[in-house]
Design a binder for this molecule. Structure first.
Ligand SMILES: [Zn+2]
Length: 253
């Protein structure tokens, strides 16, 4: 038996990375969106289907504005069925605190339910951390030992400084990954890109869901010594710091 992708326990099942329920079933759309899904060995504790993290992610991602039509069609079939079945609990898990549910009319008498609120960032980050580690194992054939930092590229951030920093990470990732191959056999639902390790051993990953939702993550292996970076130090101390990327400017603090 193999070791779990997340811990040292022996695997008891296969974990899909990302979870299988994000990929629409062929019978719903007449096209196969589940070609060669990626799996890694998993223990029970780190299997998203067993912790219901898979359904949590599906509801968090499938209805986001900016998705391609597959994301939306998936939202209006399987996702809405899951919400109807278990609405209150699921929405409580996906959004923390206040939320508003409203309907937008898109054509005559045709409405979309929209939900506005603060997503459960902590749980989303935990889910994506696992997906990053699963994809790493799949891609390189070895487990990743180190720290990941996940940036959810689809959220809109109100606070200007945080927003600028976030745009900086996003744009930097886009530049580093520009020439990298897209991996994944169902690219309309999911693909990933991964950069080479830089001089410090750090690599970047981008996930793209439903053609429009981007998640970025950096992977810093254990034992990596980062050089003191003055800009980051200043930024962390709350001092006004400006980053440049090409001709773009990012003002923090
Ligand atoms: Zn495990």
């Amino acid at each position: 038996m193999e070791e779990c992708y997340m811990c040292k326990s022996l695997s008891t099942s296969k974990e899909h990375v990302p979870p299988k329920c994000l990929f629409p079933e062929g019978k719903e759309f007449g096209e196969d969106f589940r070609k060669n899904l990626i799996t890694v060995p998993s223990c029970d504790q780190h299997n998203s289907a067993k912790s219901s993290d898979d359904e949590f992610l599906m509801i968090s991602l499938a209805g986001i504005i900016g998705n391609n039509s597959i994301g939306f069609r998936h939202k209006f079939s399987k996702v809405n069925r899951a919400i109807r079945r278990n609405s209150k609990i699921l929405l409580e898990e996906v959004f923390v605190g206040e939320k508003k549910i409203f309907a937008i009319e898109c054509r005559n008498n045709s409405f979309i339910d929209c939900i506005w609120g603060t997503p459960n960032y902590e749980r989303l980050s935990r889910c994506f951390d696992r997906i990053v580690r699963g994809i790493y194992l799949h891609h390189f054939g070895e487990k990743f030992f180190g720290e990941t930092r996940v940036v959810l590229g689809y959220l809109s951030i109100k606070e200007p400084s945080a927003r600028n920093f976030y745009h900086f990470i996003r744009d930097k990732s886009e530049i580093e990954l520009r020439d990298k191959q897209n991996h994944g056999n169902n690219p309309d639902v999911f693909y990933y890109q991964i950069s080479d390790r830089d001089q410090f051993g750090i690599s970047l990953v981008r996930f793209c869901f439903y053609g429009g939702i981007n998640i970025y993550a950096s992977l810093k292996p254990d034992g990596t010594q980062l050089p003191m970076n003055l800009a980051v130090e200043l930024m962390n101390k709350g001092i006004k710091t400006i980053f440049y990327l090409g001709d773009k400017k990012y003002e923090i603090n």
